[in-house]
Design a protein around this ligand. Structure first.
Ligand SMILES: Cc1cc2nc3c(=O)[nH]c(=O)nc-3n(C[C@H](O)[C@H](O)[C@H](O)COP(=O)(O)OP(=O)(O)OC[C@H]3O[C@@H](n4cnc5c(N)ncnc54)[C@H](O)[C@@H]3O)c2cc1C
Ligand code: SF4
Length: 480
């Protein structure tokens, strides 16, 4: 049993025997492990320093995990921090929200030997949280300023990591975002109980102090043209993420109180940030006292169900057309949601949303998993005469995201995209088919993870640097 689960068991022990979702909500705070120096040392010293560090191989940033665990075990925290931040721009963020069970910790040799993983993410978070407290985290100080500027579209983790790395090399980094805050999905998508907003805000302040220039409320393709941005800068990085919510085509989808996941999560996050959110205050986007049904089985669905629990929903159900083992979301998140009282209705698909003006129930059908399709996943097949109905005062659609139509939005039909609408880049150089235009993060990969966005942002910064240097070199040769 992991320490996180132990913490939950302790909470559960302190709770009354018969618990409804809303009577438990007051007990939920942040749920990752909080370490003190002794616990962090004890955990770090469990690392066996195995010859082949599978944890490092399976970390998208190839963090030097065994070495910083050893330094932590020896109490050399500042050195551990220096080593950890050398490969990761936001270690305290990844430590909190990486699905470690699928990445570093899932490949820990001790875990595979059946003794429970070294809790790498929590140690990583502890090291960097300590570094912040001790004042070791400092803005980048480029050794020399370069005149070239780079326009970065998107202030999510990919854009932020790229901006920091470009500043490190002395470039002028300008980040444009259509939102009013820096952080992308880390600020308005991922809920506060997984990633406190102050943690993201501290990072954006640090970038500003390091010379990154943010241009917020700047919608590229809207008031600010893509062509104009290309004119303004020596290179452009597209790091816009994926935001077009997939919809569901069933009768009743237009009823009131049927919402897209991002509307629900953004309202909750804005409220937490102290913004005026009338649609939350008047109860529209607030799950308190409601029977909530979330449709979908990914991490966004898990965030919706767990947010609804924390808002005091009367009941929370998650309707998913496949079974537990075929869910795309992290198994750890599913286990957490179950511990919090969420009911999973597996192998079920919505047939209609019922109600008079406002949703009152969801009619669903049972599903059987049939033969695998071309991707190898078993195809869900509706079972005849299997309809059933469940109460719902609020329905949240969490069916995933697709990219916006960027060639159209940017009025640049020549920008190559894949058949899924993600931006096509050269595998090695990360450049699109447009000279000097690069792309990184979810807009290239499709909906992915923060740690991959950080990796892409770092790699893109390096590729932009090489591109600008090559251009400068050829200009110098031409001038000779
Ligand atoms: C609800 C939810 C929960 C998640 N939970 C996790 C998790 O626990 N762990 C994890 O690792 N990952 C999680 N993810 C995924 C993770 O958030 C993304 O993979 C990551 O944020 C992608 O980074 P990005 O920089 O590519 O894009 P984003 O974070 O989406 O940032 C893109 C930015 O570009 C801006 N933008 C877009 N278009 C324009 C334009 N035309 N002009 C100007 N600005 C523009 C947007 O406003 C946004 O700020 C979650 C995602 C969601 C939706
Ligand atoms: S960045 Fe993520 S995958 Fe890599 S060590 Fe940290 S928690 Fe693990």
């Amino acid at each position: 049993m992991t320490n996180k689960m132990l913490k939950f068991v302790d909470l559960a022990r302190a709770m009354p025997e018969k618990r409804s979702v809303d009577t438990r909500r007051a007990d939920f705070g942040e749920i990752y492990e909080e370490y003190d120096p002794i616990a962090a040392k004890a955990q770090a010293s469990r690392c066996s320093q195995c010859g082949v560090p599978f944890c490092q191989v399976h970390c998208p940033l190839h963090n030097n995990i065994p070495d910083w665990l050893m330094l932590t075990a020896e109490g050399r925290l500042r050195e551990a921090y220096e080593m950890s931040q050398a490969t990761n721009n936001f270690p305290e963020i990844c430590g909190r929200i990486c699905p470690q069970d699928r990445l570093c910790e899932g490949n820990c040799v001790i875990e595979q030997a059946g003794h429970g993983t070294v809790t790498i993410g929590s140690v990583e978070k502890y090291i960097t949280d300590t570094a912040w407290e001790e004042g070791w985290v400092e803005p980048v100080k480029p050794p020399q300023e370069r005149p070239q500027s780079i326009g970065i579209i998107g202030a999510g983790p990919a854009g932020m990591a790229a901006a920091e790395e470009l500043r490190r090399k002395g470039y002028q980094a300008h980040v444009y975002d259509r939102y009013d805050r820096v952080g992308g999905l880390m600020i308005y998508g991922i809920p506060n109980f997984k990633l406190e907003k102050e943690v993201v805000e501290k990072r954006s302040d640090l970038l500003t102090r390091g010379g990154v220039q943010f241009h917020l409320n700047s919608d590229v393709g809207g008031a600010l043209g893509f062509a104009e941005l290309r004119e303004r800068h020596d290179a452009v990085l597209i790091a816009t993420g994926v935001y077009k919510a997939r919809d569901i085509k069933v009768p009743g989808v237009g009823l009131d109180n049927v919402f897209a996941a991002m509307d629900f999560l953004t309202a909750s996050n804005r409220k937490g940030l102290g913004d005026a959110v009338p649609a939350f205050d008047d109860g529209t986007l607030n799950a308190a006292g409601k029977a909530v049904v979330v449709i979908g089985g990914g991490d966004t669905a898990m965030d919706c169900v767990r947010t609804a629990v924390r808002q005091g929903a009367k009941s929370v159900r998650c309707l998913y057309r496949r079974d537990r083992k075929n869910m795309p979301g992290s198994q750890r998140e599913v286990a957490n949601a179950e511990e919090e009282g969420v009911e999973f209705v597996w192998l079920s698909a919505p047939e209609a949303f019922l109600g008079d003006g406002k949703v009152e129930a969801v009619r669903a059908q049972r599903v059987h998993l049939g033969m695998p399709d071309a991707t190898g996943r078993q195809m869900p097949q509706i079972l005849e005469n299997s309809s059933f109905t469940m109460e719902a005062d609020m329905v949240i659609k969490a069916l995933g995201f697709d990219p916006e139509d960027l060639p159209q939005l940017f009025d640049t039909p020549g920008l190559d995209v894949t058949r899924w609408g993600t931006v096509k880049t050269d595998f090695a150089t990360m450049m699109t088919n447009l000279d000097g235009v690069f792309a990184a993060g979810d807009i290239v990969r499709g909906a992915s993870l923060v740690v991959w966005a950080v990796r892409d942002g770092r790699d893109a910064a390096e590729q932009i640097h090489r591109h600008l240097q090559a251009k400068a070199d050829s200009a110098a040769v031409a001038a000779e």
